[in-house]
Write a protein that binds this ligand. Sequence first.
Ligand code: GDP
Length: 301
Amino acid sequence: MIILSGGTGTPKLLVGLKRVFREEELKVIVNTAEDVWVSGNLICPDVDSVIYALAGLIDEEKWWGIKDESFYTHTALKRLNYEEPMTIGDKDRATHIIRSEQLRQGKSLTDATSSLVRHFGITARILPMTDEPAAISTKIITPEGELHFQEFWVSKMGEPEVSDVYFDGIEKAKPSEDVINALMSEDVVVIGPSNPITSIGPILSLRGIREILKRKRVVAISPIVGTEPISGPAGKFMYAKGFEVSPYGVYKCYDDFLDLLVIDAADECPKGVEVQKTDIIIKNAADSEVLAKVIRDIIDN
Ligand code: GDP
């Protein structure tokens, strides 16, 4: 099975998908538009969260980073008057160093990710959406000016009002060959419960992806319950882009190709798309497995 992923909701669901499908059957296409070079290393926040979730190492309080982390290097850098724009754990930094070394040796981001993934004992395929490292940059337009996604979300804690969002560099970027081949080889494509604007949006904006999806059966799981996302700034971004913050708004983000939207049991999606209602809030691995079984049944039917 193939799933498009951002960094929080979909990694939560991967925990259950890994139990319900054979792990080597899972192919995860991951957003890279929030990737950024920090202190000499490439951080791929969404790819890293997918790796850590599948490896059983993710910090389940925050749903990013590795559990039981230490921050010695980050603190030592601070003492040397070097301020990193985000707090980077020591173990997490080891991932970034290995990835970046491989890129410097000439490996593609896809190959660097595959070899990292093997070290973590993961047999699923994790496919960064493009092989051009940090070529795309998510920009948030606010009254304080244009902010990089990380600046908006980490430094400004998502507080500024948002009037627009765009992906700098997206017109020139291509999806990786592995992404195209993986999509072409499946009849059903699942869009995980991730931010439709800044996590799934960049994948859909890559050349040719929407056209492929129009030829597939596409199933999405809503990241919005009622009129709010479960976490993160998706609501602000959907509103800024003119979408209602609701499952209906999620459908409208995907309306040119979506066949089925999985929404919360208490929600409605008044028109336009076939809907399946179930519990879509994932509080633990058991919830994730229940939702994963619903998805398996949808794919099998
Ligand atoms: P960001 O945090 O907005 O940058 O986006 P991500 O794509 O990394 O993930 C956040 C999205 O996951 C948000 O839109 C959340 O509503 C969604 N999400 C988080 N936890 C859950 C959950 O338990 N169930 C569902 N359905 N969505 C979730």
